[in-house]
Design a protein around this ligand. Structure first.
Ligand code: G3P
Length: 287
């Protein structure tokens, strides 16, 4: 059962409904689930087809993605389920919006994941005005966080998630957790309408550190949620000391939340690399 003093919403990061069932069994609750093209590509049912030499059409992959989301929805009926559009860094706003409109019909509790590119941000703005909920993904910088905030001004809390990726910054020798802290500090100047969703959680220590920071939402793989259950859903105090080892902290930038979005620097190599990876994982499935 959800601990009474838990301030953070807990999501599972997985494209496999079998893991959703497991997570709910361990924890006794689950606030939501995030998916992405790489996680769907890893789905065991899909992988079994691929290992038999089967390749699918893009329509069939989309139908499979939809069936996975519908299955998760039965178990996570009140929570949020993130569904990601297929996009590379050149995908137009129109193409992103077209996919978002289709995916949003799959279930009533979707957050549509959009990339933090210029087209993704323009789509964020327009989709929010249409009443959609969005999860802005592949965030690696404070400037990107500023742009996401700015393009969603006027939105209700709950409608906009920002997903900074901790582990992928760690991979480059930078302390991903320091990005989360910096964004929390920048957003503390605002109205709180954007919720920070800590993603790319690779270790139990990442998970605990995010709980200690009272991040709005954490999405974690099943094995980390299982570890938490084995440790009786412990909640560390705010004084929890995170061992960043030899990672270097990302310096705080006092980003303004009210620049025109075009004046935020949206570029980050890891955003580009992340989009390339989603596209290449997706393409492994398609004939
Ligand atoms: O939620 C994003 C997550 O799935 C990415 O994790 O381990 O591929 O960086 P990772």
């Amino acid at each position: 059962m959800r601990p009474q003093n838990l301030k953070t919403k807990i999501f599972l990061d997985s494209g496999n409904p079998v893991e959703t069932r497991e997570a709910i069994k361990f924890l006794g609750f689950l606030d939501g689930q995030t998916t992405n093209p790489s996680l769907i590509a890893k789905n065991p049912e899909l992988q079994a087809k691929i290992s038999r030499g089967q390749k699918l059409s893009s329509e069939e992959v989309k139908t499979f993605y939809r069936s996975v989301i519908e299955e998760i929805k039965v178990m996570v009926s009140d929570g949020s389920i993130s569904i990601e559009v297929y996009a590379d860094k050149n995908t137009s706003k129109e193409k992103i919006i077209e996919q978002a409109r289709e995916m949003n019909k799959w279930i009533p509790n979707a957050h549509i994941k959009l990339p933090i590119t210029e087209a993704g941000l323009l789509a964020e703005h327009d989709l929010l005005k249409e009443g959609f909920r969005v999860n802005m993904t592949l965030c690696f910088s404070q400037e990107q966080a500023g742009a996401v905030y700015n393009m969603s001004l006027g939105s209700k809390k709950g409608n906009v998630f920002l997903s900074p990726f901790i582990g992928r910054l760690d991979d480059k020798g930078q302390n991903g957790l320091s990005l989360i802290e910096n964004i929390q500090k920048i957003y503390s100047k605002g109205d709180g309408h954007v919720e920070v969703l800590a993603a790319s959680i690779r270790s139990y220590e990442h998970f605990l550190a995010c709980l200690a920071l009272e991040v709005d939402i954490i999405t974690a793989p099943l094995k980390i949620l299982e570890e938490w259950w084995k440790r009786d859903l412990e909640i560390p105090s705010k004084d929890f000391v995170y061992n960043k080892k030899d990672l270097s902290n990302i310096p705080f930038e006092d980003i303004s939340l009210d620049k025109n979005f075009i004046n935020y620097n949206l570029q980050h190599d890891l955003t580009d690399a992340g989009l390339d990876k989603f596209v290449s994982d997706w393409k492994t499935l398609i004939a």
